[in-house]
Design a protein around this ligand. Structure first.
Ligand code: ADP
Ligand code: MG
Length: 640
């Protein structure tokens, strides 16, 4: 007997084979038992054994294949829902009641087999989701102060620990390389085929695989908060949600099932009253009940969407719910934020332009003091610039941030603000910086203009390709929304091929822009990173947050999180969702057509029971397996 249940706890064993995974499912074991009994019964019948014996074997087959669905159906019934499984069991018992023991047993076996395949399909998607949680290794080698190594569970590492990562090891935590040089293969986490260099100072992620060098890594993030752990947790959460289509189907399913039962009773009673014989009336009614049941319809929606969620998760994109995964494919307009989304969000101060007789260093030091507590990329850039120049930066009090506008604080008794310029800038030097696509902020001291700082931000390498690919997929180019000045925004937008630019927006203006697109009939995807994007992300049909640079608020307002800020995943994600939706439609069509065809056949002609069973269960299995196609590697097609 296989021991697949044990492989989870012990790490280095090979992955269990599909067959042994299947055997852990009770549905599979009972279906196999029912099949063996069914064959035995047939054999006894053929060899002319006493009928009582073959009957007894068939009835055991009923019990083996039918008891699980019967119990489940009975439980559902007590909660006042009608389970399609129960209909199948009733049909089989009905068949036995009119002497069709063989047909009934066949029904049970086919039904149990399709149930087993369904369970297997579900298990495969669940495993795919779960494997994301288990990417990080269980053990780590911690370096102690005296230079010795202690092996301990990765979960027990704390921030600041130093770990030794040998060649070929999986990294136990998110952290920074302190010593050594190597290359790291992220394929298991992001699907990126090329290993990336890891040198001193680089950030590395748990779950990735170390190449040929030995690394000493400082743990920066507790294990449960590492990127893989968050991916795993979010994907697992998402796989427990249901898509809109599925909720709709489940609502309809109940009434539909009751309708099937009523129609079955009518189909049995009416011909009987009109003088038909009991046997044929019952057989036809039961065949009807089987083929009209919505088994395949119920399975049409979730497997494709769950497979898509798992596949996207493997590439570092988290859809936080099935609704989000379903919605991505229906998007007709994309809105992107500038700073931190199209640009990498780590601007640097490139010019300091004092207005009066202050020196540039004095201006920068004042601005840096006011920005001290700021989380905004601009704030951090200003602080870094001051520190790089070795300036003494005083502490500030009364710090206040106005989202999307700037900051104010008291520095050495004076009120200092750093924010978007309040009036049109007249200084030629400042205008020139803006025209070059640079972000300009104004510094005021006690309300009087004190000068400007110009900041340059790099476009993300994938920005232009992503904009082009999204434009191609939707038929028109994304819209750029930003709180920055029109000049800076336009010059940057031109570089990536965006023409529709709306600048100088406050957070509520971004929401208004989204609503306006929605009012024109668009389904809008918003891509953003900042606190100032959070309201727009929430207002969007699908909100996408940059997970790395993104603020917590943006991430928690989003439906989709791009974990490592890789913009290039977005077109692939939209395409994946569209494929999932196409599979859903395909599945619903298959399921619907088979029901209509078999029901019609049964009503107008004479549909043999075994054929009805085979057709009905066949479509159920087909639909369940169809959804798994999105788990394959080829399902993810990033923009070239
Ligand atoms: P985006 O919409 O492009 O992501 P934000 O809305 O975050 O940009 O910022 C919009 C504008 O507000 C910036 O261009 C800048 O002028 C100003 N601003 C925001 N935060 C700060 C800050 N901490 N310091 C100075 N200026 C800021
Ligand atoms: Mg931003």
């Amino acid at each position: 007997m296989p021991t697949a249940t044990l492989t989870r706890t012990t790490d280095p064993q090979p992955a269990p084979s599909r067959l042994s995974v299947a055997w852990t499912l009770s549905e599979v074991r009972w279906a196999a038992t029912a099949l063996v009994l069914f064959l035995l019964g047939g054999l006894l019948q053929l060899t002319g054994a006493p009928p009582l014996l073959s009957w007894a074997v068939y009835l055991t087959c009923y019990v083996a294949g039918g008891w699980e669905p019967a119990v489940a159906g009975w439980r559902a019934l007590r909660e006042r829902t009608l389970d399609v499984d129960l209909l199948m069991v009733v049909a089989a018992i009905g068949a036995a009641a009119i002497g069709q023991v063989f047909d009934g047993a066949l029904l049970i076996v086919v039904f149990a087999t399709s149930g087993a395949l369904e369970a297997f399909a579900t298990r495969r998607t669940r495993d795919a989701v779960r494997s994301l949680t288990e990417l990080a290794p269980e053990q780590a080698c911690r370096l102690d102060d005296d230079g010795t190594g202690t092996v301990l569970p990765a979960l027990e590492l704390v921030v600041g620990d130093r770990v030794l990562v040998r060649p070929g090891d999986r990294l136990p935590a998110d952290g920074t390389v302190l010593a050594g040089a190597s290359e790291v293969d992220r394929a298991s986490v992001t699907g990126e085929p090329m290993p990336v260099d890891a040198r001193v100072g680089d950030t590395v992620f748990a779950g990735t695989v170390n190449g040929t060098g030995t690394l000493t890594v400082r743990v920066d993030v507790p294990a449960h908060d590492s990127v893989v752990a968050r991916i795993g947790a979010l994907v697992e959460q998402a796989s427990e949600t249901k898509a809109g289509t599925q909720l709709f189907i489940e609502r309809v399913e109940q009434r539909y099932s009751v309708g099937v039962v009523v129609a079955t009773l009518a189909l049995f009673a009416v011909p009987l009253l009109l003088g038909a014989d009991l046997q044929s009336a019952l057989l036809r009614a039961m065949t009807f009940m089987i083929v009209a049941s919505p088994c395949a319809l119920v399975l049409a929606t979730m497997p494709p969407l769950l497979s898509a969620i798992a596949t996207a998760g493997r590439h570092g994109v988290l859809a936080t719910s099935a609704v989000a995964m379903e919605g991505l494919g229906t998007v007709t307009a994309v809105v992107v934020d500038k700073t931190g989304t199209l640009t990498d969000g780590t601007p640097t101060v490139v010019a300091v332009l004092p207005a009066g007789d202050r020196s540039p260093d004095e201006l920068l030091a004042l601005a840096a003091a006011a920005e001290g507590p700021s989380e905004h990329p601009i704030g951090r850039a200003v602080v870094t610039a001051a520190r790089d120049r070795g300036l003494a930066v005083p502490a500030c009090t009364d710090f206040r941030a106005a989202v999307g506008r700037g900051v104010s604080a008291t520095v050495a008794g004076r009120s200092v603000t750093v924010s978007a310029p309040q009036d049109t800038v007249r200084s030629g030097a400042v205008r020139a910086e803006q025209d070059r696509g640079r972000t300009v902020v104004e510094v005021r001291v006690d309300g009087a203009p004190a000068g400007h700082l110009a900041l340059a931000d790099r476009l993300r390498p994938a920005a232009a390709d992503t904009v082009a690919a999204l434009g191609g997929a939707l038929g028109h180019s994304p819209v750029l929304l930003t709180g920055d000045s029109p000049q800076a925004a336009r010059s940057l937008a031109a570089g990536v091929g965006i023409t529709d630019v709306r600048a100088g927006l406050l957070p509520e203006d971004k929401v208004a822009a989204v609503r306006e697109l929605q009012a024109r009939g668009h389904r809008v995807m918003v891509v953003g990173d900042g606190v100032n994007d959070a309201p727009a992300l929430a207002a969007a049909d699908v909100g996408v947050a940059m997970g790395g640079i993104g603020s917590d608020l943006a991430v928690s307002s989003a439906d989709v999180v791009v974990v490592r800020d890789d913009l290039a995943t977005l077109p692939a994600l939209v395409e994946l969702s569209r494929r999932a939706r196409r599979l859903v439609v395909q599945n619903l069509t298959i399921a619907g057509l088979v029901v209509v065809a078999l029901v019609t056949w049964d009503l107008v002609g004479h549909l043999p029971l075994p054929l009805g069973v085979a057709g009905h269960e066949g479509s159920t299995v087909l639909v369940a397996l169809n959804g798994l196609r999105l788990l394959r590697r080829r399902a993810w097609a990033p923009a070239a």
